[in-house]
Write a protein that binds this ligand. Structure first.
Ligand code: GLC
Length: 554
């Protein structure tokens, strides 16, 4: 680790390539589109981008089903386009983090095709988790595991001679067979993939399903009522097995071997691990393991002062205990956007993050946006690193009224529509009001329909408008950088009502008092309070309104 270690306080912006910017007009975003729009991020003031997968893929799970880990899918461009994008990002001072999907491949990956063409017990099958079925005829799945997208986690194959054959494990879609990480060939291959992208100059990886690679020996039945996303406190046979940590120790050594000494050039590894409690999650970021791990407990914490205080305190303590910065996040491509989540009544305990359909109760959009701005103003003051999801800087709400026929997330089909899936947060970004596809691309094409209200939230409608969400993000990011808040330490302040989050963040460059009013009554500001920023963009007042966060010069 170099002294400055850029990632410890970096703000990293997630680009979902399908939906950010479309250069060729086919309705799906692409790498040349990203390159052309990078000035937006330079102006916003983030430090890095993280790109969701753009690799060769049949797109059954929007690219999280990788058929070739070393190439770009023609949908998104070419390897040359990738190099051009990376070079442009670096010219803007933006680091580039890419996704790595090591838990499973696509069923169109050459290895899986070879496995299907080879007999049970062959080395080709040993790269995945093939097992004989249960029951006399082997026609029951090998265990009771369920796919995260609904239905059984096992699919039966037909052997070369036409007979019903073995089953293979897929924690996600049928088209996403899980690798067997006890096999050294798998380990070596994925490490080689890391090297491939490191050699191309990437600054790090976001590790998909980082807590799922190693399964309990013997693949025992699990507790079916256990919902890993909502409560991962109990050890389940497919999640958070101790063996995953050995993999990440090796990966850390590999990443460190690329870090150029003295140049603040660490290559970083960030886990997508839905692991609770914070203490268990912190094991992923021990000194010889990963750099970061998304704090999903924070993402799921309701907008209630007691819950917020408890989560923030606990998260900071556990990360600090292992010497890691905390990694804050409020939105991503798998959850309902926070501007919409917060538009519902808040209840103690972890919040629901599942998709919303036209027949579900609809959020209060104005309330959701107001609270989202306040929540972001809390997050961007917290010590550590923060991830933003494309469009949140515009205050985009979830598309909550997508009809079933346009939905593409496999979750929707696999649950017969019972779970709406994640399309609502993946709708293409509006850049310009009043033009086809709101400027997402040159044509009137978008792979998911954009709600009409996205027009007034388009980037061009917000630039330079002081009360816009885009300007709020820009202002908070600049202050955060100037005051080095990400490197600061947090102290809770006494003497405020219980419904107010009140804390001081102090760094080498100064300090800021953050007051977030989650109560029903306005809070008077003391005379002479110097308001640096407000989530409501009214800098001259004497009080803090409900669902407003202010930053005060101390
Ligand atoms: C992760 C990704 C999600 C994907 C799943 C399977 O949770 O974030 O989008 O569907 O892994 O790869």
């Amino acid at each position: 680790m170099t002294i400055s270690a850029w990632w410890r306080d970096a703000v990293i912006y997630q680009i979902y390539p399908r939906s950010w910017a479309d250069a060729d007009g086919d309705g799906v975003g692409d790498l040349p589109g990203i390159t052309a729009r990078l000035p937006h991020l330079a102006a916003l003031g983030v430090d890095a981008v993280w790109l969701s997968p753009f690799y060769t893929s049949p797109q059954h799970d929007a690219g999280y089903d990788v058929a070739d880990y070393r190439d770009v899918d023609p949908l998104f461009g070419t390897l040359d386009d990738f190099d051009a994008m990376t070079a442009t990002a670096h010219d803007f001072g933006l680091r580039v983090v890419v996704d790595i999907v090591p838990n499973h491949s696509s069923d169109e990956h050459a290895w899986f095709r070879a496995a299907l063409a080879s007999p049970p017990g062959s080395p080709e099958r040993a790269r995945y988790l093939f097992r004989d079925g249960r029951g006399a005829a082997g026609d029951e799945p090998p265990n009771n595991w369920q796919s995260m997208f609904g239905g059984p986690a096992w699919t039966r194959v037909t052997e070369a001679d036409g007979s019903p054959g073995q089953w293979y494990l897929h924690l996600f879609d049928t088209t996403q067979p899980d690798f067997d990480w006890t096999n050294d060939e798998v380990r070596d291959e994925l490490e080689d993939v890391l090297r491939f992208w490191l050699d191309r100059g990437v600054d790090g990886f976001r590790i998909d399903v980082a807590h799922g690679l190693v399964k309990a020996e013997g693949l025992p039945d699990g507790d079916l009522d256990h919902d890993a996303n909502a409560d991962a406190t109990a050890l389940t046979p497919m999640w958070d097995q101790p063996g995953v940590h050995d993999i990440y120790r090796r990966w850390r050594k590999l990443a460190d071997s690329y870090a150029a000494e003295g140049q603040d050039a660490d290559r970083i590894l960030c886990a997508e691990a839905w692991v609770l409690p914070a203490e268990a999650l912190a094991r992923y970021v021990r000194e010889d393991e990963l750099h970061q791990s998304f704090n999903f407990e924070y993402l799921m914490t309701p907008w209630l002062a007691d819950d917020q205080r408890a989560t923030i305190t606990r998260s900071l303590a556990h990360a600090e205990a292992v010497g890691a910065p905390q990694t804050w996040v409020l939105s991503n491509h798998d959850v309902v956007r926070h501007a919409t989540r917060l538009g519902y009544r808040q209840q103690p305990g972890l919040q629901r993050i599942e998709g919303i359909g036209p027949d579900d109760p609809q959020p209060d959009t104005a309330l959701g946006l107001r609270r989202a701005r306040a929540a972001t103003a809390v997050m961007l003051a917290l010590p550590g690193s923060a991830y933003l999801f494309q469009g949140e800087e515009l205050g985009l709400p979830e598309a909550t009224r997508l009809p079933g026929e346009v939905r593409q997330d496999p979750t929707f089909a696999r649950t017969g529509g019972a779970s709406k899936g994640r399309d609502g947060c993946r709708v293409p970004v509006p850049w310009e009001d009043g033009v086809p596809s709101f400027g997402f691309g040159p044509a009137d094409a978008a792979w998911l329909p954009q709600p009409a209200e996205y027009g007034e939230l388009a980037v061009d409608r917000q630039i330079g408008r002081p009360d816009s969400t885009l300007m709020l993000y820009t202002e908070l990011l600049a202050l955060r950088k100037e005051l080095r808040l990400g490197r600061g330490t947090l102290t809770w302040l006494d003497g405020y009502p219980a419904d107010v989050l009140a804390f001081l963040v102090t760094s080498s460059e100064g300090s800021v008092t953050v007051l977030a009013n989650l109560g029903d009554v306005a809070l008077a500001l003391s005379d002479g309070a110097d308001v640096l920023a407000s989530s409501l963009s009214r800098h001259d007042s004497t009080f803090i309104a409900t669902d407003e966060t202010v930053w005060l010069r101390r």
